[in-house]
Design a binder for this molecule. Structure first.
Ligand SMILES: [Zn+2]
Length: 323
């Protein structure tokens, strides 16, 4: 698929046959070729023949030229190809050896992913790289991909086989967005300001709204709806983690009574514990919190300072209880 766009340092454009000489600088470099499946090119004419034979309009293949914005030079090529058997876009690239180490591949792939996602839904991206190739691992990690399993691959001419790692990142589709999974994803990538502590089976967070001061949640690591769907050992550990979370909230926030409630939310109703510290007279009538209509009103959003205070008080107790 032909696309043109720019990133901070790069210009991305379709490859043309006249790129053969520039491309030969990496296609013919044994150093660049070490982990590639295709054989080393020995003549620029062969690179031209390859460039002429490509179907640059294939909607399932974004294989573009990577140029330096500062000089206009073509320094590499690559992109993402759709693999229907894995419902994923596989990343692949080559970069001229003298251009390694600047983060250009990650910069390009991040932008390309956005370009593709504007056009069509992307379920996942994946990649396979030689276990000993740490540069590629860093590119995968930059793209938010995580290790899935060991594998291996062979050069097209069968001359070499490499032990390899399979990395993948799944994207939630709008139809199966799960609010709780999204919050957990934010915790995992370090962008959830409410996160307090990871336990064996879940994540402890402070509630967004603090109509009931000290309102705490435990998000189940498994995307499951009912306790009966959990493996017995996991279920028991989840119940224990809930008890520990509640005890920490009790010690940190000193309520008159705690309310414990296991609810579901999001697609498939992902279960999570609500722990409400209750105080005498905190609702118009005695009874559960849900009689209060304005619990999620913005005026109950804690200030950054207050949030830190709540997290630190709860975190301290959890540290003590968890040892
Ligand atoms: Zn979920």
């Amino acid at each position: 698929m032909k696309v043109n766009f720019e990133t901070e340092h790069l210009i991305i454009r379709p490859l043309v046959p006249d790129d053969a000489d520039a491309a030969f600088r990496w296609c013919g470099d044994p150093n660049v070729n070490t982990y590639m499946i295709y054989p080393l090119y020995h003549r620029a004419e062969d690179v031209r023949a390859w460039l002429e034979s490509r179907d640059a309009d294939d909607p399932d293949n974004y294989d573009e030229g990577i140029c330096l914005k500062s000089t206009g030079e073509l320094i590499g090529s690559g992109g993402m190809r759709y693999r229907p058997e894995r419902s994923a876009w596989e990343i692949g690239y080559n970069l001229r050896a003298d251009q390694w180490g600047h983060g250009y591949t990650g910069e390009y792939m991040t932008a390309l992913l956005d370009v593709i996602r504007r056009d069509r839904p992307v379920e996942a991206i994946d990649g396979i790289f030689a276990a000993e190739n740490s540069k590629s691992r860093r590119v995968m990690e930059k793209l938010g991909m995580v290790y899935v399993r060991d594998t291996s691959y062979e050069k097209l001419d069968g001359s070499q086989t490499f032990p390899a790692k399979y990395y993948r990142r799944n994207f939630l589709q709008p139809a199966d967005r799960c609010l709780i999974c999204e919050r957990i994803e934010m915790i995992r990538n370090g962008s959830n300001p409410y996160f307090v502590r990871e336990l064996e089976t879940g994540y402890v967070v402070i509630g967004d709204h603090q109509r009931f001061e000290g309102y705490t949640l435990l998000l189940c690591k498994e995307h499951a709806t009912e306790l009966s769907q959990l493996a017995p050992d996991f279920r028991n550990a989840f119940l224990r983690d809930m008890a520990v979370t509640a005890e920490a909230a009790e010690r940190a926030f000193r309520p008159d009574k705690l309310n414990y409630e296991l609810l579901g939310a999001g697609k498939g109703r992902h279960m999570h514990w609500h722990i409400f510290p209750r105080r005498n007279g905190d609702t118009p009538k005695p009874g559960p919190v849900w009689q209060v209509q304005d619990m999620n009103d913005d005026r109950y959003l804690p200030t950054a300072e207050k949030l830190e205070e709540l997290k630190s008080a709860l975190g301290k107790e959890l540290d003590q209880l968890c040892g």
